[in-house]
Design a protein around this ligand. Structure first.
Ligand SMILES: [Zn+2]
Length: 394
């Protein structure tokens, strides 16, 4: 295994800039990082000699000497893996984290971590071979629910029964023969937004990830913030009322118990059985059960009971955001992971609560938006996750 880590801080800053901004001329690199010409020459020569950086053709002339563009080397190839409760998605990217190939496959995470990680490794390796890549530079993995960065494993994962403490990071590192980093999917999605989405434009933002597991990724000062024990942003079990629905954690009235997919489905089943929604009752009778996709489809078809469920959920998420926004003062809040078609119902309600209840100074210019990256945000974010480690010094 060839480790292509930068040797010092200057080299680390150079490769990160080339990752984030693409090919640049020597002059642009020197200007952006404030490096002297001699330092830049020495460090770039070292990076080129080690294959981390290569020449990419002539730069547009700025007058004077012709200069050539530099970019990350063609041997720098990352893999991203995103595990969801019902599927696994993988991609291989270049050094700038452009997706070169991707694959997705339905899985049931309840079959256990060995089977699912084994299949993900096979999918990554198949893409690697098809792309003619001798070895990967690193693999990043996003998992739903809390992850211990230290252990590289899920901790008390309600969305991943049976995965507690399974060494996900070490399994990928061993099987693929490259560095591996594991994080929760909200952090991975926040990194994807930071690299290629609206998060590029701000230094401080929150990414609220809805769905089976609810969590929040925090990017503060341009860096993902994990907290003392890598559980920053774990908002799933914030208490919203003691008489609320029972949560998988054993408490009552948690945010996730109200607003997670399982909570929404439970409320929809209750509405269908109580005769409050002919639409939901019809879908229940046809399929024998309901999924969050059914509830979303009912809402987008105009069913008032289903729409009320999502509006109530959005109001609760909005109230949590009022606290987060006043505490962190983000430049933007990005919402992702909502079921297809109902993002705009959620967004309208969340905005209304956040703008009405937050201090004007915190929300005066702060947009609340839906992520528009789709499935690639997680893949790019997972690749960025491991690139952060590989492109650090030491
Ligand atoms: Zn809970």
């Amino acid at each position: 295994m060839v480790l292509v880590r930068p040797e010092n801080t200057q080299q680390a800053r150079l490769v990160r800039l080339l990752r984030d901004d693409g090919p640049r001329s020597r002059v642009e690199l020197g200007d952006a990082l404030g490096l002297s010409r001699s330092t830049l020459t020495v460090e770039l020569e070292r990076l080129v000699a080690r294959g981390l950086v290569e020449t990419a053709g002539p730069a547009a002339s700025r007058g004077g000497r012709r200069s050539s563009l530099l970019r990350l080397g063609g041997g720098v190839r990352f893999a991203g893996v995103v595990v969801a409760p019902d599927r696994v998605t993988v991609a291989v990217t270049d050094g700038e984290l452009n997706v070169l190939a991707e694959a997705t496959e339905p899985v049931d995470v309840r079959t256990g971590p060995e089977a699912v990680t084994g299949r993900a490794v096979e999918l990554v390796d198949k893409l690697r071979v098809e792309l003619g890549i001798p070895e990967l530079t690193g693999v990043g993995i996003g998992l739903p629910g809390p992850v211990s960065a230290e252990a590289g494993a899920s901790v008390a994962p309600t969305a991943l029964p049976g995965w507690q403490r399974f060494p996900v990071r070490d399994a990928f590192a061993t099987e693929l023969g490259c560095p591996a980093v594991v994080d929760n999917d909200a952090n991975v999605l926040a990194l994807g937004e930071q690299h290629t989405g609206i998060g590029r434009t701000v230094e401080d933002f929150l990414y609220v990830k809805l769905g089976t597991a609810i969590a929040c990724g925090l990017v503060l000062g341009g860096t993902l913030y994990r907290g003392a024990t890598s559980s920053a942003g774990d908002i799933a079990h914030l208490p919203l009322g003691e008489d609320g629905p029972t949560c998988v954690c054993g408490e009552s009235g948690c945010l996730e118990a109200y607003c997670g997919d399982a909570g929404l489905v439970a409320a929809a089943l209750a509405a269908a059985r109580a005769g409050r929604s002919a639409e939901l009752a019809g879908r229940l009778a046809a399929a024998g059960t309901l999924t969050v996709r059914d509830v979303a489809a009912a809402a987008t078809a105009g069913d008032p009971a289903a729409q009320t469920l999502f509006r109530d959920a959005a109001r609760r998420i909005g109230r949590v955001l009022v606290g987060l926004v006043s505490f962190f003062n983000p430049g933007i809040v990005v919402i992702g992971g909502a079921a297809d078609g109902i993002g705009h119902i959620l967004l309208a309600e969340i905005r209304s609560v956040v703008y009405r209840r937050s201090a004007p100074l915190a929300t005066g210019t702060m947009p609340v938006v839906l992520s528009d990256l789709g499935g690639r945000a997680g893949l790019v974010g997972a690749a960025r996750l491991v690139s952060e480690q590989v492109f650090a010094t030491g």
